[in-house]
Design a protein around this ligand. Structure first.
Ligand code: SAH
Length: 211
């Protein structure tokens, strides 16, 4: 058994108790070693259900948030997913572990480079680039799923355009202090959105979000 296997199993039980039901999502969270993605200083807290600081004043999202957002996308193997806000690379690793083709964008190049090293080390199908994710990544569009892991005032227009028909987007929307999670599905070129309260994110900074 590896280090932290017991803790990771307990985390999965906690996520089930909190209402996560998608078996593919739970399997991926059970496999991926979150302790590899957190600051060594916080390694003993890696399997608590809380967000933790990473470099560049950013955070690795809470496991429940990762599970909830991933479940909301209703992904299947081989689907194409765009993530905005690579951060530690943990969320992208979960998506790749589920068999998705992952494209991810990060504005902090030092975070991007660390995440890329992890993707290489773990041999994952993830394409990562630096830059402003609020303009999306047109070359690989359309996406079956788009996940934005930072909070925005509105849904950036280019992301709506780059979503496939029937595709889903999950994005925190609100003020810099308070957001709710918008879950949208694109039907006949229009987005049907529902909102879920109770999440907290760092700000999405870019052309189509906060300045
Ligand atoms: N998904 C990450 C969580 C990272 S926190 C993980 O699993 O660890 C959100 C990230 O979004 C931060 O790293 C921040 O730098 C990044 N970010 C904020 N605005 C961005 C933008 N416009 N484009 C790309 N990344 C952005």
């Amino acid at each position: 058994m590896g280090r932290f296997d017991t803790e990771r199993k307990e985390m999965i039980e906690e996520l089930k108790n909190k209402g996560i039901t998608d078996a593919n999502v739970l399997d991926a969270l059970a496999k991926v070693e979150r302790h590899l993605f957190v600051d060594p200083m916080f390694v003993n807290k890696a399997y608590e259900d809380s967000a933790l600081p990473i470099a560049s004043e950013q955070t690795i999202s809470q496991p429940y948030t990762v599970a909830f957002m991933t479940q909301a996308l209703q992904l299947k193997k081989d689907m194409k997913v765009l993530e905005i806000g690579t951060g530690s690379g943990y969320q992208a690793t979960i998506l790749a572990t589920m068999g998705c083709r992952v494209f991810t964008i990060e504005r902090h190049l030092s975070l991007l480079n660390n995440a890329r090293k992890m993707f290489d080390k773990l041999n994952l199908r993830v394409a990562a680039k630096g830059g402003d994710g609020t303009i999306g990544w047109k070359e690989h569009a359309p996406y079956d799923g788009i996940i934005v892991t930072a909070g925005s005032p509105t849904i950036p227009e280019p992301l709506m355009h780059q979503l496939a028909e029937g595709g889903r987007i999950v994005i925190p929307i609100g003020t810099k202090e308070f957001q709710s999670l918008a879950i949208g599905i694109k039907i006949k070129d229009k987005l049907e959105v529902k909102e879920v309260e109770g999440f907290k994110f760092v700000p999405l900074i870019g052309k189509n979000a906060w300045s």
